[in-house]
Design a protein around this ligand. Structure first.
Ligand code: SF4
Length: 373
């Protein structure tokens, strides 16, 4: 909610006295213009409350102008703001969600499949479906079993491969053991498997830029005889003696970092032939670009996601590179009011495995903290 349509400038401070909005600070707009707009958009109701219609803010921005210490009501679904004539106040912490954040379609589809009643009743997921504690709990509650690898004992008839994918040999092994294999591999991860197959067929030495121990990377290289995983610039020596390399990325890698690695490979091994296929997925790029933009506008960023979520850590790294204070939390209870003292604008971002209801809870808690400041 908020008066975002007032433009990119934000109404940050102010007090509401009766029906007159007095502005103590306005960014980019003449106070007189704002007063007119505010008056036009507010209506006095017969019961003594005031109501106004939200104008859609940019980038999901959520100003917190009308606080509820004395009974005002905010209905953000309807875009309506209501509050009592007296005691209404304008709070001073603006909250903006990154324009892309939270669960991607690949993770969402995998969760939906795992929770579908036909299979969840007798299902084991091989590996962590999502790196998010709340979702893992939901799966537990639905009776879904989880094992970290196929070496663990599996007692159910149904097994599921996660959105991160797995080598074809593992799927065959599970099938040979008599399980019904549900493959929830994200299509964008399958695209990486296909790209690697093509590169190998064409005679390139396959190179994956990513985390060696990540389940997605293990799935990509699991059936290969000869391959190289480059985690960072310290691993470049592993390419010594190679003549033709075909390079792909883990889908959640930072594309900027991957390009830097490619540049360094080219400089260190000028004679090496490189075929690069950009396999960082679009949802990851969207989230990284969005946090990149937003972190330039805010005083503090809240990064929501599992502590073991690789892509959430990358979002955190973007914030740190931008030198904006950033806090990584898994849930709203971890938000500490002390982080927001004197903060005018807080941003929220979340990794691709963070459910949107967790983001909503974080957002609601920030509104509450703003009111308590
Ligand atoms: S992060 Fe990308 S590749 Fe991974 S599940 Fe989501 S959309 Fe698919």
């Amino acid at each position: 909610m908020g008066y975002g349509a007032l433009g990119t400038g934000a109404l940050r401070y102010g007090l509401f006295h009766g029906q007159r909005l007095s502005l103590s600070r306005v960014d980019g707009f003449r106070p007189s213009l704002l007063r007119i707009v505010a008056k036009l958009s507010m209506m006095s109701n017969p019961d003594g409350t005031l109501s106004g219609h939200r104008m859609q803010p940019k980038q999901g921005s959520d100003w917190v102008p009308f606080g509820g210490r004395f009974g005002s009501k905010v209905d953000s679904d309807q875009g309506k703001i209501e509050g009592r004539r007296f005691g209404l106040e304008i709070l001073d912490m603006r909250i903006t969600r990154a324009r892309a954040l939270g669960t991607c379609f690949g993770v969402r589809d995998a969760i939906d499949a795992a929770l579908s009643p036909e299979i969840s009743i007798d299902l084991t997921i091989v590996g962590q479906l999502v790196h998010n504690p709340q979702t893992v709990q939901r799966l537990h509650d639905a009776g879904v079993k989880m094992v970290s690898s196929s070496d663990d004992e599996i007692t159910t008839r149904n097994v599921m491969i996660t959105a991160h994918g797995a080598p074809a040999s593992l799927k065959k092994q599970l099938s040979d053991q008599g399980h019904i294999v549900y493959d929830a591999t994200c299509p964008l991860v399958l695209r990486v498997h296909q790209a690697v197959r093509r590169l190998v067929k064409e005679g390139w030495h396959p190179v994956v830029i990513g985390q060696r121990e990540h389940v997605e990377v293990k799935g990509i290289v699991g059936d290969l005889v000869d391959f190289t995983v480059i985690g960072d610039l310290d691993d470049l020596h592993l390419l010594e003696g190679r003549e033709r390399i075909g390079v792909v990325c883990q889908t959640t890698y930072r594309i900027r970092q991957a390009k830097e690695i490619l540049l360094q490979i080219g400089q260190r091994f000028p004679d090496i032939a490189i075929e690069f296929i950009d396999t960082v997925c679009k949802p990851t790029k969207d989230r990284q670009n969005a946090v990149d933009e937003l972190s330039e506008q805010v005083d503090v960023m809240i990064v929501v996601g599992g502590t073991n979520s690789s892509n959430t850590h990358k979002l955190l790294n973007v914030c740190r590179e931008k030198e904006v204070p950033a806090y990584h939390v898994e849930n709203d209870e971890q938000l500490e009011p002390g982080w927001f003292v004197g903060v005018e604008h807080v941003g929220i971002t979340a990794g691709t495995s963070t459910p949107h209801d967790v983001i909503d809870q974080i957002h609601a808690r920030l509104v509450q903290i703003s009111r308590q400041q």
